[in-house]
Write a protein that binds this ligand. Structure first.
Ligand code: ACO
Length: 322
């Protein structure tokens, strides 16, 4: 049975940080950040955790779906920054939504996490028979970044987006492309802290902040985005030109512009919110999808392509008929 998109939701923490704020503690400028990234501001969580962001986005999507909490059989949370590993964030979200019993698990494929989570959820809906699922992408990147590294800290924000999926008669997801090429040059890394045990020493400490070779990631991203879009369109049996909207991972406006030029797709077809949302990692694609959904531009039957790339080096895309 086909799986369709029933509703979307998002949550961005109310506290916003403009580019000027960085000039107080870093050698940077609003002009540099805007011209190199397209970012003007980002939302930063103060009291809120990844669980809080995810639960609020999921609650909005659930309310808009018209379903009752007990009708949800599966909750999947895409995140790179879980505030708890045990229990997994998806279990926290499930509890926050008042769902007594449902399968729940987290997915981490860095900035491609949400699309991997969608693929996993769809697969489990088919194999385990769930009628409805919630997939949420949420990250508190402010907890992961090095606030003294001007080349990364200006790029990120915190936020979450969510969708409710339904297995029924309506056409919906037409394709799913997922990939991960080896990050041979370690262009995107972040280590978990290690501690001494009674049996061995932790050894030399690794960098536990996000480290990125920006221009190498950018080169990978443009090609990966184009490759993923073409593969997802081909698998769906549709022409790239027939896709009404592209919802790309919001990492840098220049990546989206370069991919648009490479694929000869007009920029008007790309959903862009990076100017005020920045890169929210796992939240990036579902937040942009919710913005598109709420804009009133989508018509029944439109083809939409979701596409992401990130650490790993991962990439993923999916074509949906809405
Ligand atoms: N303000 C002022 N100068 C800066 C800043 C800043 N905030 N950041 C870097 N610079 C400087 C650099 O130090 C460098 O100076 P130098 O020439 O004296 O060494 C100069 O600007 C140029 O740096 P580049 O890295 O070449 O600049 P580039 O045009 O590549 O832009 C950027 C850098 C914005 C990081 C870009 O490469 C980018 O966006 N990359 C992709 C990021 C991405 O896609 N991330 C997604 C994955 S994240 C994930 O998966 C968790």
């Amino acid at each position: 049975m086909p799986i369709s998109l029933l509703s979307t939701g998002r949550y961005l923490p109310p506290f916003t940080v403009g580019n000027e704020a960085f000039t107080q503690f870093l050698d940077t400028s609003d002009e540099w950040i805007v011209s190199r990234t397209g970012i003007h501001q980002r939302h930063i969580a103060q009291e809120e955790t990844t669980t809080d962001l995810a639960t609020r986005a999921a609650a909005q999507a659930l309310e808009r779906s018209g379903l009752a909490p007990e009708e949800i059989g599966l909750v999947v949370c895409a995140t790179v920054t879980p505030d708890t590993s045990v229990p997994m964030v998806a279990a926290n979200v499930k509890r926050g939504l008042g769902i007594e019993r449902a399968a729940a698990f987290d997915v981490n494929a860095n900035c491609s996490s949400f699309l991997y989570a969608l693929a996993a959820a769809r697969g489990m809906m088919e194999t385990c028979g769930f009628a409805n699922a919630i997939v949420v992408g949420a990250d508190c990147n402010s907890q992961l970044i090095d606030w003294s590294d001007r080349s990364t800290c200006v790029l990120f924000g915190d936020g979450a987006g969510a969708v409710v999926l339904h297995r029924g008669e309506e056409p919906g997801f037409l394709s799913c492309y997922v990939d991960c090429v080896t990050d041979t040059d370690h262009v995107l890394t972040c280590h978990h802290p290690r501690k001494d045990t009674p049996f061995c020493k932790a050894g030399a400490p690794h960098n536990t902040d996000l480290y990125m070779k920006g221009s190498a990631v950018m080169r990978f991203a443009v090609k990966a985005l184009a490759k993923a879009v073409r593969a997802a369109a081909a698998e769906a049996g549709v022409a790239v030109e027939d896709i009404a909207y592209f919802v790309p991972h919001q990492a840098n406006l220049r990546i989206i512009q370069s991919a648009s030029k490479l694929m000869k797709i007009p920029m008007e077809k790309f959903v862009v919110d990076i100017d005020h949302v920045a890169n929210t990692s796992s939240g990036s694609v579902p937040v942009a999808l919710d913005i598109l959904n709420c804009s009133g531009q989508l018509k029944k039957g439109d083809l939409v392509c979701l596409v992401a790339f990130g650490g790993g080096l991962s990439s993923a895309a999916s074509v949906i008929r809405v």
